[in-house]
Write a protein that binds this ligand. Structure first.
Ligand code: FAD
Length: 399
């Protein structure tokens, strides 16, 4: 492993190309083999290992690129952020264990939080001292989020919160919940919604993990029973909850985990390498059907890259992404589901006698396939994205 001083961090004037090269060299030199999903030395990293890795990335300027320096960020542009994401994607490193904090809670706190909230929350997110979860969905309010029932009632200088959230990713490890509540009744729909930053150790909060088909417990039901929070936990003004929530969702759809296309490409390289490592499988790469299926994945990945680059340029030019975020969300989820299905059919041919690289690919893509089933659900389902695209981009009316 090279010493830190061998890596000179480019300044803001150096441009995204220099930042990308710096990111590539630093990441390749420092990511341990056992944390690379395409390495035969891989073992599932612990939460603490992931935390330490991301904290280190932040310290060397590879996280928090676009956040203001006043809140611990590096004060760079989305172009540098994208440049780093391309290299993050190109290496088979673990998914961020703090993406809700860094990519959803952080930006919304920056947009609607008070100065005291920004100082209290933002540096702790980047330094990996605090994790966040997103408490939006409820049993009766997923796609139709405006039907949420979790109630916030004023009580002196405090608020009392009563209700239930579901599918809350990372709730068991989170220090804070970005919680969407309402002050009135469900009939008010998107009016009277209120967002809070709720400490997860507040009395009255109960987290009940949910096991998913990949046998993990990465999300949970979260129950709020007369949870008392001070008014200083409120994020944004009284009627700002809906616009803040929409903002969170549009970030989640358009720019969250910007590295995806480059990660899919990295996974494809892993799959092909696994096949090439095994004489019994190598010949299959010549089959026209398989080649065409791989070609299809490559073309989809390329299209996704174009969408992401365009979003970055749009945002840099100060244009909102709006409904186009739905295009990106639809594209990456459909692209990866199709790829994961192809990969699963390919790794089915790998048996215990095959190479270690092939075994690793089999374990990875079996897991990836199972998780990919959720990709057309979270951050808004495929049906909802198609509806948004038809109505808001193509301007079809509902009637
Ligand atoms: C892995 C994973 C992680 C998640 N993490 C979080 C999290 O951290 N925080 C959080 O708040 N939520 C989270 N969610 C929840 C996610 O946002 C919801 O599951 C999603 O919004 C869909 O809501 P629902 O499950 O209630 O399904 P429903 O909204 O009930 O939808 C059921 C079906 O009906 C279809 N449908 C619904 N409305 C329409 C419509 N208008 N037109 C056409 N079809 C429609 C849907 O497409 C879907 O097929 C997560 C979900 C998953 C799978």
């Amino acid at each position: 492993m090279k010493q830190e001083e061998n890596f000179a961090r480019p300044d803001a004037a150096s441009g995204p190309g220099a930042y990308r090269q710096y990111a590539r060299e630093w990441l390749h030199s420092h990511l341990p083999a056992h944390m690379r999903a395409d390495s035969v030395d891989y073992r599932t990293p612990s939460l603490d290992e992931c935390r330490d890795w991301e904290a280190r990335m932040y310290q060397v300027g590879l996280a928090g690129m676009t956040w203001p320096t006043a809140y611990g960020g590096h004060g760079l542009s989305l172009r540098e952020h994208l440049a780093v994401n391309k290299e993050v994607g190109a290496l088979a490193m673990p998914e961020s264990v703090s993406s809700i904090g860094k990519e959803l809670a952080g930006p919304i706190i920056m947009a609607v939080g008070t100065e005291a909230q920004k100082q209290a929350f933002l540096p702790a997110i980047l330094e990996m001292r605090e994790y966040w979860c997103q408490g939006f969905s409820e049993p009766e309010a997923g796609s139709d989020l405006a039907r949420l029932r979790t109630k916030a009632t004023p009580d002196g200088d405090d608020w009392l919160i009563q209700g239930q959230k579901i599918w809350t990713s990372g709730a068991a490890k989170a220090h804070y919940c970005l919680l969407l509540t309402r002050t009135g009744t469900v009939a008010d729909k998107h009016r009277g919604l209120l967002m809070f930053a709720v400490p997860m150790d507040t009395p009255g909060i109960r987290v009940v993990p949910i096991r998913s088909i990949d046998n993990k417990q990465s999300f949970a039901e979260v129950f709020f029973d007369q949870v008392r929070v001070p008014d200083s936990a409120r994020l944004g003004a009284a009627d700002e909850g809906w616009s803040a929530a929409i903002r969170v969702l549009s970030i989640e759809r358009a720019t969250n985990r910007m590295y995806r296309a480059w990660r899919f490409e990295c996974e494809l390289r892993q799959l092909v390498r696994a096949y090439q490592s095994e004489p019994a499988l190598r010949g299959r790469l010549q089959e026209p059907g398989l080649r065409q299926a791989v070609g299809q994945v490559v073309s989809q990945i390329d299209g996704l890259k174009g969408l992401v680059e365009r979003s970055v340029e749009q945002l840099q030019a100060g244009e909102p992404i709006g409904a186009r975020g739905s295009l990106t969300k639809l594209y990456w989820s459909e692209c990866h589901q199709a790829f994961a299905s192809l990969a699963l059919s390919m790794v089915a041919d790998i048996n215990p006698g095959h190479s270690a690289l092939a075994q690793r690919a089999k374990a990875h893509f079996t897991q990836a396939y199972l998780f990919s089933r959720a990709e057309s659900i979270y951050a808004g389902t495929t049906e909802v994205q198609l509806d948004v695209i038809a109505q808001r981009i193509q301007q079809l009316t509902k009637d």
